[in-house]
Design a protein around this ligand. Structure first.
Ligand code: ATP
Ligand code: MG
Length: 176
């Protein structure tokens, strides 16, 4: 049955105030393309694809075992993929983010969850089918990352909606 599977991914959900600020900045660029909805702004850590609903508890347990630290993410780079995806990225990627992804992927592969072999590229998608990259956009957004979450990607009448299934705090200064 369709309801027995969920399209799952781990991600950093963009805090609402930051998402509003990013969307205001994006609007002022007057770009062509399909904008990502404010509520959907996120940074994917690991994409799991279709998984049996029955595995969600197991996934929650393995994510709860992670010991990763909070960090500051500076989104200061605007880039466009050749498929037309316009995105924000940090330069450079914080070590603590790479460490979080590494721990997560290691626990997922121990649980025999197949992940992509492509290397992780930190990015926050802004707009799809963007015909050209704007010049002089100079993004500068600071995101204090204190938690990560498991989401189910679902379709509704308004398009794609991400339902947060669970969220976990990151350690501050290496402590709980
Ligand atoms: P839509 O596909 O409906 O336009 P979306 O791409 O945001 O919207 P999903 O396809 O469910 O929604 O993807 C959820 C997240 O997982 C997004 O960050 C997306 O970039 C990422 N993702 C989707 N497919 C893959 C994949 N094959 N490999 C890696 N990441 C993926
Ligand atoms: Mg997609």
């Amino acid at each position: 049955m369709k309801n027995d599977v969920l399209r799952l991914f781990f991600a950093l959900g963009c805090p609402p105030e930051l998402a509003e600020a990013i969307v205001t900045w994006r609007s002022n660029l007057h770009l062509h393309g399909r904008p990502v909805a404010t509520a959907n702004l996120h940074l994917t850590l690991a994409f799991l694809g279709q998984q049996p609903r029955a595995r969600v508890m197991e996934l929650q347990d393995l994510a709860g075992e992670l010991r990763a630290t909070a960090f500051d993410l500076h989104l200061d780079r605007l880039d466009r993929h050749r498929n037309g995806l316009l995105y924000l990225a940090p330069s450079p990627t914080p070590e603590a983010l790479l460490e979080l992804v590494e721990q997560l992927c290691s626990n997922l592969s121990s649980a025999a969850i197949q992940l992509e072999s492509r290397p992780f590229r930190a990015h926050l998608s802004l707009l799809r089918h963007c015909p050209m990259q704007p010049i002089d956009a100079n993004p500068c957004f600071d995101w204090p990352v204190t938690r990560f979450s498991l989401f189910a990607s679902e379709q509704n009448t308004r398009g794609t909606h991400y339902r947060q299934l669970h969220t976990w705090p990151l350690l501050r200064n290496g402590h709980d």
